[in-house]
Design a protein around this ligand. Sequence first.
Ligand code: F6P
Length: 513
Amino acid sequence: MPATALLAVSSSSKVAGTLRSAGSSVWTKDELIALVREQLLGHKLILVSNREPYVHRWVDGRIEVQQPASGMAAALDPILRVCGGVWIAHGAGDADRETVNERNEVCVPPFDPKYTLRRVWLTEQQEHDYYYGCSNQIIWPLCHVVFTRPLFEQRYWDAYREVNQLFADAVLDEAADQPALVFIQDYHFALLPRMLKERNPNLIVAQFWHIPWPTAEIFRVFPWGEEMLDGMLGNDLMGFHLRYHSRNFADSVRMGIEARADQTGFDLTRNGHTTLVRAFPISIDFEEFSALGDSAEVAAERENWVRELKLEGKLVGAGIDRIDYTKGIPERLRAFNRLLERSPEYRERLVFVQIGVPSRGEIPDYHALDDEITNLVREINKRWGTRTWKPVALCKGQYNAAEMVALHRLANFFVVSSLHDGMNLVAKEFAASRTDGDGVLVLSRFAGAAREMSQALLVNPFAVEELATAYRTALEMPEEERRRRMRKLRTTLKQNNIYRWASELLSALLRLE
Ligand code: F6P
C-alpha cells in the first residue's frame, strides 16, 4: 500500500510521539490505547497466529481453559486485551469445538472477556503436514541454524499452502468489506499476506517473524524460496526482532526474487507494492511480571518448590524451556556436570532445576531430545547424587505463570542457553520478576535478547567449559555486582516493554516513525 493510503487511515495529523506524556520514556498501556484510537479510526484489528492464546481441554470430565507455553501468545495477549479485536488461530484443544459459537468464536480471556478468539479447524493430516511437517521440520530448522537438517517434503509445502488459504478465508470473512488491519504472527503463514492482498487490496497487512531469518546463503537451499518471498512481500510491513535478521531477509529477496530496494536497502518494492522491512525487538508486560513477582501467590508457590524439591538451604540454578533442540538444554546440563567435576565445593550444596515443557511431540528429533535430556539427568544424578541430595530436578510438564515466576525468584542463577533464538522472552520474564533486585542471568549470545541484556553473563552455549565457568562466576559474584547488573537489566526492560514494541510497530506501519 502506498504511504498516502496508509496515512489516510487516520484523520489525525498527530504523530505517535506527540501522544506520549511529556518526559516519559516508558510506553504504557494507556498510550498504546491512545495511539490505536487516534490512528486506527474505524479499523478492525485482526491478529492471526497458529497457536491460540486460550485452549479448551477436557480434564477429568470437565472443560478447562489453559494458556499454552508460547512466548508469542503470552506477549500478544495483553495487546489484544488492550486494543480489542479478533484473534484467529488453529483450534487445537480437544474441547475447543464445544466452546465456540456458530462463527467458531469465543470471547476471551474467559474470566474477563476483552476480545474475540476465532478458531480455524484443521484435519489431522493438515496439522501433521503443515504444522509438524512444513512449519516445524522445514522452516524451523532452516531459520534456526543449529545443524538440524530440514526435511524438504513436497507434500508438506502443499499442505502449508492449503492451510494458509484456509486462514485467508477466515480473515477475509472477518474483515468483510470494512477497513481492517491484519497482523500476522510467525513462520506458519509466509504465503498468507499475498493471498490476502490479492483478494482484498484495501487490507493493511503486517507480519512479525518471531524466529531468526538465516543468511541468504542458507535460505537459498529452500526449494520454494521464490514463492515464499513473494508471499511475504504481500505485507505492508515485515517485522523481525533484529536488524541483522532484517538484513538477511533483504539479502534473500535481493538474491532470490525480482524486487527493487531503496537506498536504505529496507524498503522493498515488487510489482509496484512496497514492503517496509524493520526490526522491533519483542518484549513482555514488564509491570505484570513485576507485580506477579511480588505476589502472595508466588510466595506460596516458592514454598512449594522448596518443600517438594528439598531446596531448603541449597543454592539453586534454574532453566525453563520448551523441550526444543534450539534451546541448548543438553549443553546446559553437561556444563552443570562439568561444574560439579571441577568444583567439588558445590557438591551437596547446589541443585539445578529444569522445567521442560513437552513440545511438538510428533517429531522424531523432539522425541530423541526428550530421551537425551532424561538420560543425561539420570547419569548426573547417579554420578553425583547422595542419599540426601539430588543434583538435578527435571520437571516435565505444563506450569502456570505463578509456578514459573516462583522458580525465577528462587534461582541464584538462571540459564538461557539457546543455540539460536529469535529473542527468548523467558530471559526477560526472569529479570522482570526479580523485583528483589537479586539473581544472575546466564544468557546465550545467540539469543536475540542478548543484544538488549548485556548485563547478563553472556556465553557461547556450544562451549561447555565456558558455560560451566559462567555458572561459577554467577555463584561467586559479589552481591553488589549482582544487584548493579539486575538493576540495569530491569531499567532496560521497563523501557523496552511490549507496549513499546506494539506502538513502534504500529507507528512504522502508519509511517509515523
Ligand atoms: O519461537 C517461535 C514460536 O512460534 C513462538 O512464537 C512460540 O512461543 C513458540 O515458537 C511455540 O511454538 P509452538 O506454537 O509450536 O508450540
